[in-house]
Design a binder for this molecule. Structure first.
Ligand code: PHE
Length: 431
């Protein structure tokens, strides 16, 4: 068990189901582009290692399985790290050719304005059955007919320099023909381009229509990402695989991963004659772009200055930050224990010898001590003592509340507790 109670307390929040919450509105906007797909929005986040990893073909030594990345409740049970944990069961339930799963997911990760240990994903999948093809058409022809039904967009520039598959980098699966994968890949990419274009252009239209009327809006250009590109990717459970990136303020942001579902997953799920695609997208990422929400912690806010700005029945409007409260920056420097001093010390499995130190442990202690009062934790200095070989690290912590100005005493006290916990839990030596 490496799951703190602060993480467990997020389970009942279910932001994706909270009326008028930006995560829920973003979910609904995307769902509206897939009207025939069955939606699952209630799946419980506690899953088996089998569901989260084994069923998807994760190798036994995959880093995703490690305790530094994943919250375990016991050795066989985790908080799901992605909505793909439900792929196999949903294919097995076989209730619809297409489905969407929205849910909270959990990962040990960095502390900064775009990472939070709990976030929300939407999984989508669509399959076709080789055994129930109509009118003597092949599966590829059937899929191309479905591709033709997806709305076409000209308002967006899509960069796709990738071949439909690549023998080494992004291979076809043994049981798939090139025609099938070209058709399914096209259906996947056109469907997701349609999602991205329609939701971002809704935002753009709404914002530009009201920009002259209201001081609370921004010029259209500021929310105009619309340049997207496909890049090749790798996932253990799809092949070929891709990621979709959106150009946002000069930077390419990854918004989703996807690919052609690995056939053994469908076979084990009892539907071996089906073929199809799957995607997984981060709802926070998309909502941050849509509404210009500057900090991922805001989604967890219960402050009405945040929540009152979103409504599913009104045109989308950019988030207006309430004044930005001052940050307070503090550094902490410490020596890691060497392997020798850790082994020679008292029996204590919390000691951090250099070799077992993981930055995510520092991140989690910051979260546990400071909750949402910590904005950012970053390694700013590192060196190895030439004589002793000991490693020293310096982390810079940025304290800031989204709701008020923190007092000096308060931040000093938080920082002191953070330092003490680093010593207690990781066995480091403060400098
Ligand atoms: N589960 C993957 C992730 O979290 C995304 C994904 C879903 C990729 C479905 C391919 C297919 O990164």
């Amino acid at each position: 068990m490496n799951t703190p109670s602060t993480i467990l307390s997020a389970i009942p929040r279910r932001l994706h189901l909270q009326h008028n919450h930006p995560i829920a509105i973003t979910r609904q906007l995307i769902e509206s582009r897939f009207p025939d797909y069955k939606t699952y929005n209630d799946l419980f986040p506690v899953v088996t290692v089998g569901q989260n990893f084994d069923s998807l073909g994760f190798p036994p030594d995959h880093v995703g399985r490690s305790r530094t990345d994943t919250y375990y409740l016991n050795k066989d049970t985790v908080l799901r790290t992605h909505t793909s944990a439900h792929q196999a069961d949903t294919f097995r339930a076989n209730e619809s050719a297409g489905y969407l799963i929205s849910a909270d997911v959990y990962r040990r990760d960095a502390v900064d304005r775009s990472h939070y240990p709990v976030f929300h994903q939407m999984e989508g999948a669509r399959v076709w059955d080789r055994e129930t093809l109509q009118d003597g058409k092949t599966l590829a022809q059937t899929v191309w007919d479905d591709v033709a039904k997806i709305p076409k967009h000209t308002s967006i520039e899509v960069e796709d320099a990738n071949p439909p598959y690549h023998p080494e980098r992004n291979p076809l699966q043994d049981s798939h023909s090139a025609e099938e994968v070209e058709a399914i890949g096209a259906h996947l990419k056109r469907s997701l381009e349609d999602v991205v274009v329609t939701i971002f252009s809704t935002a753009k239209a709404a914002t530009s229509a009201s920009s002259s009327a209201s001081a609370g809006t921004i010029p259209a250009a500021a929310i105009e990402p619309l340049k997207v590109r496909w890049v090749e990717a790798y996932f253990p459970f799809t092949s070929p695989s891709w990621e979709l990136e959106v150009l946002w303020q000069g930077e390419w942001l990854e918004v989703l991963g996807c690919g052609i579902v690995k056939q053994p997953i469908l076979a084990v799920a009892g539907v071996p004659s089906k073929l199809g695609w799957a995607f997984g997208l981060g709802l926070e990422r998309i909502a941050m772009l849509l509404y210009s929400i500057p900090d991922i912690r805001l989604f967890w806010s219960t402050d009405s200055r945040f929540l009152s700005q979103f409504s599913s029945s009104q045109p989308l409007r950019r988030f207006l930050p309430y004044s930005k409260y001052p940050a307070c920056v503090k550094d902490v420097s410490f020596w890691l224990r060497t392997a020798a001093s850790a082994a020679g010390g008292r029996a204590n499995n919390a000691t951090a010898a250099s070799h077992d130190f993981h930055e995510n442990d520092v991140m989690e202690i910051a979260r546990e001590v400071c909750g949402d009062l910590v904005e950012d934790v970053r390694l700013v200095d590192e060196f190895v003592h030439p004589g002793t070989g000991r490693r020293s690290l310096c982390y810079r912590t940025n304290y800031r509340s989204l709701e008020r100005t923190l007092t000096n005493d308060e931040t000093n006290e938080l920082h002191e507790r953070f330092r003490k916990q680093l010593v207690q839990k990781l066995g480091v030596e403060l400098r």
